[in-house]
Design a protein around this ligand. Structure first.
Ligand SMILES: Nc1nc2c(ncn2[C@@H]2O[C@H](COP(=O)(O)OP(=O)(O)O)[C@@H](O)[C@H]2O)c(=O)[nH]1
Ligand SMILES: [Mg+2]
Length: 335
């Protein structure tokens, strides 16, 4: 990558849905190399106006619940209906294990072979925000390439699930048919943002699956709905046998009913706001750590706080006042 000519040809390639160009675009937005971040910003700017409408779908659930297998089955269902599907994975742990990236690819063997599907396991980011920090840009690249479905799989634990919920239109939580015990283990926060609860591995135990459906339905009724015009659905599937996928596709159609357009747009607007706030926070932190004078003052302050000779608030106020005063005096009119 060395400049705007390259960006132009990359934009063209992405628009033609050239797989190599899409992959290169994704690598560029994921890159943490300083110059790449400027090129990536340039690329995203150029792609933004070129996006057809898409459906962004997030998939979460405990490791082993069957997310990758589900995406394979669901993705195949979509492809069969004529959709173009891109799959992105958030894996904050992949840097350490290395294996899960390969594992995911291996577990979507059918979908990976489809001409109208693109499966991309994203590497982790060590920078602030972990694996999700550039996911929004990755989604934009896929949309510009004409993928009408962008499916994001969370692989990590902790924050990444709710972060992904904040960047998709429809958020699905996969659970096992062992409802009673499972409900204890699932964080309430995740259930509250679930638009669809998918009881996977229904093939294992039919009765347990029915019980699980009932349990999740009543649990969801006690929670505040994520959207005021949508009641969270509970659907059972067997991803392994690719059965129950019609039910998922039907729920998706209901969710994306044109009558709900306004509330979906409201949701995306809300998400753009939190995107801005997140970038503002990390950029502000970048500025502080890149300005040598401030960074060294902050380091002194850090020590002072450890020694309890000052408090974080008092110390940071002092640093802030000092830099603002010195800037205004140096930039102000000279006598
Ligand atoms: N019996 C059964 N096994 C499944 C089903 N879906 C996934 N599995 C198995 O569960 C294991 C974990 O699946 P995987 O998709 O890798 O889970 P992930 O970690 O959530 O992505 C694999 O061995 C799958 O074959 C299902 O519907 N029924
Ligand atoms: Mg997986």
């Amino acid at each position: 990558m060395n400049g705007s000519a390259d960006i132009s040809s990359l934009v063209e390639g992405i628009r033609r849905r050239d797989r190599l160009a899409v992959a290169r675009g994704l690598s560029l937005v994921e890159s943490s190399v300083h110059e790449d971040r400027y090129l990536a910003a340039d690329l995203i700017d150029r792609l933004l106006p070129l996006r057809p409408t898409s459906r962004r779908i997030g998939i979460t659930g405990s490791p082993g619940v069957g997310k990758s297998t589900f995406i394979e089955a669901y993705g195949m269902g979509l492809v069969t209906r004529g959709s173009n599907v891109a799959v992105l994975a958030v894996d904050p742990s992949s840097r350490r294990t290395g294996g899960s990236i390969l594992g995911d690819k291996v577990r979507m063997p059918q979908l990976s072979l489809q001409g109208s599907a693109f499966v991309r396991p994203s590497p982790s980011r060590t920078a602030l925000g972990g694996g999700t920090s550039t996911m929004r840009e990755s989604i934009i690249v896929c949309e510009a390439a004409g993928y009408d479905h962008v499916i994001v799989e969370t692989v990590g634990v902790g924050q990444s699930e709710t972060e992904v919920a904040d960047m998709v239109d429809m958020f699905m939580v996969l659970v096992l048919p062992t409802a009673g015990d499972e409900l204890q283990g699932i964080k309430r926060g995740i259930m509250e943002v679930a638009d669809v609860v998918v009881v996977n591995k229904a093939d294992i135990d039919e009765h347990a699956t029915l019980r699980a459906i009932a349990t999740y339905r009543s649990a969801l009724r006690l929670m505040l709905p994520a959207e005021e015009d949508w009641t969270s659905e509970v659907v059972a599937v067997s991803s392994l046998h690719q059965s129950g996928i019609d039910g998922i596709l039907a729920v998706e159609e209901q969710f994306f009913d044109p009558q709900r357009t306004t509330s979906r747009e409201r949701r995306r607007r809300r998400q753009r706001k939190s995107w801005f706030e997140a970038v503002l926070r990390s950029t502000a932190l970048d500025w502080v750590t890149h300005d040598r004078a401030i960074a060294s003052a902050v380091q002194d302050l850090r020590m002072a706080v450890l020694e309890e000779t000052t408090t974080p608030t008092r110390g940071l106020m002092a640093i802030f006042d000092q830099t603002t005063i010195s800037r205004t005096t140096s930039e102000g009119p000279r006598p």
